[in-house]
Design a binder for this molecule. Sequence first.
Ligand SMILES: [Zn+2]
Length: 145
Amino acid sequence: MGNTFGDLTNPRIWMVYDPTGENHDGLPTYIWGIEGQNGGAPPGLATRRQLAAMGLRKNRQEPVAQIMFKARGRRRAYLYRVDLAAPKRPMTPAKWESVNKAARSRYRCSECPRELDYIPQRTAPAWGRCNDCMGYPLHDPEEQA
Ligand SMILES: [Zn+2]
């Protein structure tokens, strides 16, 4: 990250730093990058990305605070309570099945039941039909040998 609001004595930073949230619709607002010092968020809170790095997900809780930082303009990240987070759901066989099914369906012709080894063109003039249904001759390099 590196890029922070930095100097807490700067009055413009004090306007952002708002641990009671009175200027931010009640959402306590901290400043990125000065963890453990005034301005940094209290321990026990984490962004979604930080939760993910710990193998956690926010588990449908609302953000309890936000953190602001400078990176390509002023940005913010919501903070969630680590103690309310839950382990990430592992991929179940059923989930993998639906992922695979979606991937396989791309190799299907919209007209015939063939399984293809290529993804048919979805746009005109094919509209998802395979080469056979389109009446294209199969291009077989062996034929020319
Ligand atoms: Zn076809």
